[in-house]
Design a protein around this ligand. Structure first.
Ligand code: FAD
Length: 520
């Protein structure tokens, strides 16, 4: 049992390091005696796995990693940590800037729950149309479980290998958000372990301050161990359409028209509205989905684009196989109201699961070419509707040049689908756009694809918005100083701060967000 002894020694060593580094007031063997049902590890491989994230922009090694077996394990850890070391929940590590990392504490690997598999399964209530899931559950597994009952969550992210706790700590948005709101608008109840080590159930009615704080709360108030998510009957198939525009204002007018239909009956609106910017021909088949097949090549050069930029509207209509005879008509009558380039309609049809899981296919392809695990200096912005045309001129037709190094998404959302009581921060306009610059940096390539070039470009974009008075808000925000955070939260800061002091007074949670420093 040499392996066991080595592990134990390593664990003791890490704990001593923890104590020396942060000057713990905790009993040296406190962590060891904590007696978790899951697994507390200092195995170099486990530590390495949580030291980086999808962004690959930095590396921070924690003191130890906990794979909890239950919410009680999280409680035990937080109680031991209180006023001594930090605790960072890690969902699937798909942040960009180390938000789930910590150097002076323990990372809780929420999506590697150890122990009973059965207890970890999502629990669907067909009658109540909701599902109870573990906070570290991946959305792909939530979907698979609910589909067994013919049900599905209503609001999505484009990519499903993200954890429930991770997306609910931000907002969780995709093309359904104009209609159903972000994922944080589709949660009934949460179990949360606060920074004081209390396990509390919260909802609109119960512990409502905690409930609203945690949603979009960047992990600052507690660790979500269970979420109750609203469901709807699952469609079986999806009609997926892309159309092109060369004129930005026609494109945004159509997008805004489509999202204004949110109150119409489902046969009179699309179910998903997104879009992307094409500044460079290669990107029509971007990594997020190879939509246009080789047999259906699109000659972008044959379409005259103003300023060399094209815009692609992406829409879908869900349907049940039984209603397949009416789907053509419904789509046709909606398309008639739009003003895209008439020869540019591209349509495909696929099962609901395949549509929702579309980015995973692209991931597999990129992985096989060694292009997935590369640095991702992503920038996500919410841009107020009133300034989106200025953003187009200054950024898409200006700063970006004619190479983008990754997809650029753009789609509008309705503010009234967001609960202002949540911690999420959005622009103060009825309609605002997500602009997502999802770029990959490559070594040994053209200068325009280097990490340095893309990072500089991001700074230029933010400076351009600042100089032009475009009041953007970062989505998945990343700032280095508390002043910037205060500015980001604006009116919400005072409450955000007050609730932090209430639920995590030691400021030990999710320090990787760099909003608060621990009090010890
Ligand atoms: P992590 O990166 O592990 O954690 C993120 C933050 O949440 C950390 O601060 C962490 O401490 C905290 N946290 C994690 N789990 C919990 C928990 N259980 N309780 C409390 N706090 C917790 N976002 C969208 O909205 N829409 C998209 O379409 C979309 N597509 C994406 C596609 C890709 C390929 C990638 C890499 C990201 C995408 N994202 C999208 C962003 C994604 O939603 C966020 O990065 C999210 O935080 C990732 O979830 P995660 O489980 O990996 O979280």
């Amino acid at each position: 049992n040499v392996k066991m002894v080595t592990k134990l020694l390593l664990l003791m060593f890490a704990i001593c390091r923890l104590i020396v580094t942060v000057g713990l007031t905790v009993d040296p063997a406190g962590l060891l005696r904590m007696g978790v049902d899951g697994q507390l590890s200092v195995d170099p491989a486990d530590m390495e796995a949580v030291s980086t994230d999808f962004g690959l922009l930095g590396r921070t090694e924690p003191m130890a990693v906990l794979r909890p077996a239950s919410a009680e394990d999280v409680v035990r850890l937080v109680r031991t940590a209180f006023n001594g070391f930090t605790v960072s929940a890690r969902g699937h590590g798909h942040s960009i800037n180390g938000q789930a990392q910590t150097s002076d504490g323990v990372v809780v690997e929420m999506s590697h729950r150890s122990g009973s598999k059965k207890a970890a399964q999502p629990q669907v209530s067909v009658q109540e149309m909701h599902v109870d899931v573990w906070g570290g559950e991946l959305w792909i597994d939530v979907l698979r479980s609910t589909l067994e009952y013919g049900l599905a969550p209503k609001s999505w992210t484009d990519y499903l290998y993200l954890s429930v706790g991770g997306t609910l700590s931000n907002a969780g948005i995709s093309g359904q958000a104009f209609n159903h709101g972000p994922q944080i608008s589709n949660v009934h109840e949460l179990d949360v372990v606060t920074g004081k080590g209390e396990l509390l159930t919260c909802s609109e009615e119960q512990n409502s301050d905690l409930f609203h704080s945690v949603l979009g709360g960047l992990g600052q108030f507690g660790i979500i161990t269970r979420a109750r998510i609203s469901l709807e009957p699952a469609p079986q198939r999806v009609r997926w359409i892309r159309v092109l525009y060369s004129d930005f204002s026609t494109f945004t007018m159509d997008q805004e028209y489509l999202i204004s239909l949110h109150q119409k009956p489902s046969n009179q609106k699309f179910d998903y509205v997104e879009g992307f910017v094409i500044v460079d021909e290669g990107l029509i088949n971007n990594w997020r989905s190879s939509f246009f097949s080789a047999r259906n090549p699109i000659k972008i050069s044959s379409i005259s684009a103003s300023g060399g930029v094209l815009y692609c509207l992406e829409i879908t209509k869900n349907y049940k196989e039984l209603s397949s005879d009416t789907i053509d008509q419904e789509v046709e009558s909606l398309l008639k109201k739009l003003n895209f380039i008439p020869t540019s309609v591209f349509t495909t049809d696929l099962p609901y699961l395949d549509f929702l899981d579309r980015v995973h296919k692209a991931e597999m392809k990129l992985r096989s070419k060694g292009l997935w695990e590369v640095p991702h200096p992503w920038l996500n912005l919410f841009v107020p509707r009133s300034r989106i045309a200025d953003f187009d001129k200054g950024v898409f037709k200006g700063i970006l040049g004619n190479k983008t190094s990754g997809p650029i998404l753009i789609y509008p959302m309705n503010k009234n689908k967001w609960d202002h009581r949540s911690s999420a921060v959005i622009p103060d306009e009825d309609v605002f756009y997500l602009v997502a610059l999802l770029r990959s940096a490559l070594d040994n390539s053209e200068e325009t694809q280097t990490l340095e070039h893309l990072t500089n470009q991001n700074h230029r974009i933010l400076k351009f918005c600042d100089d032009a008075g475009i009041k953007v808000k970062q989505y998945l925000p990343h700032y280095a100083t508390q002043e910037e955070w205060v500015d980001h939260f604006g009116d919400k800061w005072a409450q955000f701060y007050e609730r932090k002091m209430e639920f995590d007074p030691g400021r030990i949670l999710a320090t990787g967000q760099r909003i608060f420093k621990p009090s010890f």
